[in-house]
Design a binder for this molecule. Structure first.
Ligand SMILES: [Zn+2]
Length: 436
């Protein structure tokens, strides 16, 4: 079994040393995939044996692995015997049906090590007390990853999960956590609740934000990120990961993009033709996670759109940094020639006082999303109008979208279908009418 041990020196290796270590780990990973994964055994059949000298060249000539490949062949990706599987989770299912992802003991240790590196980089210490506001159950891997990462740092964790605002407020008042991990829109609701209840949030020094972007394309805090920083009086960090690759990227204390952990993954950004993008160029995030056992992957297309930066970071690390996730490739809208992702509109709405909830319905034409309507609910005392909301979206997203204001219960029924606790805020329809 492999051992993952945090080594501060490894965090600050030179680019050459990083490349050499990655080349070796990648060669071992390719050969592991060939030997243990039925899917990759077939795919790798015509490639030469991987060594540190040729592993990057082999990787760049390999086909990509997509979520559709996984969905159609999920059992053929499993590379460990059933008796070695320790945890089975589902990928988040943001596109298509949820897929079972298996993890061995090695993978769970890797998961903890990955988050340990991320959390230490953003300043977490053994003296911290971390409130988790995301779920550890329901077959999600993220909550478990954060908990194991906090444990590895040597800090303490409070697993309050998807509990009520009242419950989280009670914990903040009594246990005084120093760091909160959660979704930005929820953290905004929570600070407003604390303010209304006269509960001092002064104990909270850092917010680690998941699931929604808090930075703009230049990696500066977005309006939502700045709002959270101001309301909480705490530093805001962003982290990004995917269940399939169990690889996370997290802001360091310099706060200018999520560092790649070079011994755990290879990062590529690719354009629509599959060619590699340069630093700062926008494309799809492709990850080859290293040192994985249960379900190893090669060139996995995440479906997420971002960019990377490779100049040396102010923190001293030389690893590339992943910018904010602009959105999902499948959700890219092209409205009157302007590209816009739902996340841009959502972030804008989150900064408008009086907006309670919202969703977008986009209309597909010839395979492209060319029209969209925004529906919101507003608080009873809000002076917001359809026009003011539309103007704000136009100022942020550079497109003018029709806006409808509807009763809050009607909006909630749309975004929380069935027993879902995770809101669905983006819908795609075919045809000419936008139906709500
Ligand atoms: Zn840094």
């Amino acid at each position: 079994m492999r051992q993952f041990k945090y080594d501060r020196q490894r965090e600050f290796l030179s680019r050459d040393a990083i490349h050499d270590e990655q080349a070796q780990l990648l060669a071992a990973h390719i050969e592991y995939c060939r030997a243990k994964s039925p899917y990759y055994a077939k795919m790798c059949a015509d490639f030469p044996a991987a060594t540190a000298a040729n592993s990057f060249d082999i990787l760049s000539s390999m086909p990509f692995t997509t979520k559709d490949d996984l969905a159609g062949n999920i059992n053929r990706f499993v590379a460990a015997p059933e008796c070695d599987i320790r945890d089975i989770a589902f990928s988040s299912g943001t596109t298509g049906a949820p897929l079972p992802i298996v993890y061995t003991e090695n993978d769970l240790q890797r998961l903890a090590y990955n988050e340990q590196k991320a959390f230490i980089a953003c300043g977490m210490t053994p003296h911290d007390k971390i409130l988790l506001t995301c779920t550890m159950d329901r077959c999600f891997i993220a909550g478990l990853a954060y908990r194991e990462g906090v444990r590895a740092v040597g800090a303490s964790v409070i697993r309050n999960g998807l509990n009520s605002l009242e419950s989280h407020a009670g914990i903040i008042a009594t246990l005084k956590p120093s760091i909160i991990i959660g979704v930005p829109s929820f953290l905004k609701k929570l600070i407003k609740f604390l303010t209304a209840e006269n509960i001092d949030p002064g104990c909270v020094k850092k917010l680690i934000c998941i699931g929604e972007p808090v930075r703009s394309n230049d990696c500066q805090l977005s309006l939502l990120g700045s709002l959270l920083e101001k309301l909480w009086g705490a530093s805001v960090y962003s982290t990004y990961a995917s269940s399939e690759t169990i690889t996370s990227f997290c802001d360091c204390e310099a706060g200018c993009g999520g560092h790649l952990h070079h011994d755990l993954a290879i990062l590529e950004i690719i354009d629509d033709n599959g060619s590699q993008c340069g630093p700062g160029e926008t494309g799809e995030v492709v990850i080859t996670p290293l040192q994985m056992e249960g379900m190893p992957l090669l060139r996995f297309k995440t479906g997420d759109i971002s960019r990377y930066f490779d100049e040396k970071c102010a923190c001293g690390r030389s690893t590339p940094r992943l910018g904010p996730i602009a959105g999902r490739k499948q959700q890219m809208m092209k409205i009157n020639g302007t590209t816009v992702y739902p996340e841009t509109v959502f972030s804008c709405l989150e900064t408008l006082p009086g907006i309670m909830d919202y969703y977008i319905i986009a209309q597909s034409c010839d395979g492209h999303l060319t029209q969209a309507e925004v529906t919101v609910s507003i608080s009873g005392d809000s002076a917001l109008t359809v026009e003011t909301i539309s103007n704000r979206i136009a100022a942020t997203a550079r497109v003018r979208l029709p806006v409808a204001i509807k009763p809050h219960d009607q909006v909630c029924r749309k975004i929380f279908p069935g027993a879902s606790r995770k809101p669905i805020r983006f819908f795609m329809v075919d045809g000419k009418e936008i139906a709500t």
